[in-house]
Design a protein around this ligand. Structure first.
Ligand SMILES: Nc1ncnc2c1ncn2[C@@H]1O[C@H](COP(=O)(O)OP(=O)(O)OP(=O)(O)O)[C@@H](O)[C@H]1O
Length: 247
C-alpha cells in the first residue's frame, strides 16, 4: 500500500504540490491525470524518493520513504519499476544489455537466465531479435517499448509510468497500453500511470486521481468519474484539451 500524507512541495517560491493526501491500495492501478504543469510528475517523483517534499510523508508498505538512508532507498527502489518520460536508455549499451541492466544491478549472475529473460521480454514487447541493436538505431516507439521492458524485467510489485505513450502514434500507444494491462493482470502489480491519453487509460486503471495546480480535485472509480458533475473534472475526463478547459 502507498500512503501519501499531507505532502507539500514548493519550487522557486511557488507551491507545486499542495497538501496532497492519498492512499493507493495494493494491487490497485491508479490513473493520474490533470493539465500540464499540475504537478503529476513531481508527485510521482516524491513518492519514489527522487524529490523530497517540504512537508508531509510518503509510506510504501509502512516504510517512511523520506526517512531512509540512500542504501535503504536503493533497496526499496528494487521493488519499484519506473518508466519516466525522460528515462533514457543507455546509448553505449545494446538493447539486450539495457533490458538486462536491472537484473545485473540486483546481483543476478546467471547469464543463461538473464539471456532467457531478455529474450522473453523482447517477445513480450513484440520486438524479438533486436537485442543486438543500439538505441540510436531504434524509432521513438521502439525505444519506449524497450524502456518499458527494462522497467518491468524484474517483475516489480509496484510500477510507476510517467506518460508512457507521450509522442507515440496511436498503434504504438495501444500496444503500450496492452502491455501495461498484461503486466497488471499477470503480475497483480500496484501501479500509478500518468497519461494525457484519457481514452487510453480509461480501460487500464481501477481508480483515477485528477490533479490541478498541485491539489487533488477528484479521486474515485471509473463509474464515479463518469458521473462526476464538477465541470473541471467532467471537461477534463471527456478529453477537452487544456486550452479548451473553461471553468
Ligand atoms: N525538482 C523539482 N521540484 C519541485 N518542483 C519542480 C521540480 N522541477 C520542476 N518543478 C515544477 O513542478 C511544476 C509541475 O511540473 P510537473 O512536471 O510535475 O507537471 P505535470 O503535471 O507532470 O505536467 P505535464 O503533464 O506537462 O508533464 C512545474 O511548474 C515545475 O516548475
Amino acid at each position: 500500500m502507498i500512503r501519501i500524507e499531507n505532502v507539500t512541495k514548493y519550487h522557486e517560491g511557488r507551491v507545486v504540490i499542495d497538501d496532497v493526501t492519498l492512499t493507493i491500495d495494493a494491487h490497485t492501478n491508479v490513473g493520474l491525470i490533470g493539465p500540464g504543469g499540475a504537478g503529476k510528475s513531481v508527485l510521482l517523483k516524491i513518492v519514489c524518493g527522487l524529490i523530497t517534499p517540504d512537508r508531509g510523508k510518503v509510506f510504501i508498505d509502512d516504510i517512511d520513504v523520506h526517512s531512509l538512508k540512500p542504501t535503504e532507498l536503493a533497496e526499496l527502489r528494487f521493488r519499484i519499476g519506473m518508466l519516466f518520460q525522460n528515462y533514457a536508455l543507455f546509448d553505449s549499451m545494446n538493447v539486450a544489455d539495457n533490458i538486462a541492466f536491472p537484473l545485473r544491478q540486483a546481483g543476478e549472475s546467471d547469464e543463461t537466465l538473464v539471456a532467457q529473460k531478455v529474450q522473453q521480454a523482447l517477445k513480450d514487447i513484440s520486438l524479438p531479435g533486436i537485442g543486438d541493436r543500439y538505441p540510436n538505431e531504434l524509432s521513438g516507439g521502439m525505444k519506449k517499448r524497450v524502456s518499458f521492458a527494462r522497467a518491468v524485467i524484474r517483475r516489480p510489485p509496484i510500477v510507476f509510468y510517467d506518460d508512457p505513450t507521450a509522442g507515440l502514434d496511436p498503434v504504438t500507444s495501444s500496444k503500450i497500453f496492452i502491455l501495461l494491462r498484461t503486466m497488471q493482470r499477470d503480475f497483480d502489480t500496484t501501479s500509478v500511470t500518468i497519461s494525457h491519453d484519457i481514452e487510453g487509460i480509461k480501460d487500464i486503471c481501477d481508480r483515477f486521481v485528477l490533479l490541478d495546480q498541485g491539489r487533488i480535485v477528484f479521486e474515485g472509480t471509473r463509474a464515479e468519474i463518469d458521473a462526476c458533475q464538477d465541470s473541471l473534472v467532467s471537461q477534463f475526463w471527456q478529453g477537452y484539451s487544456d486550452d479548451e478547459l473553461n471553468v
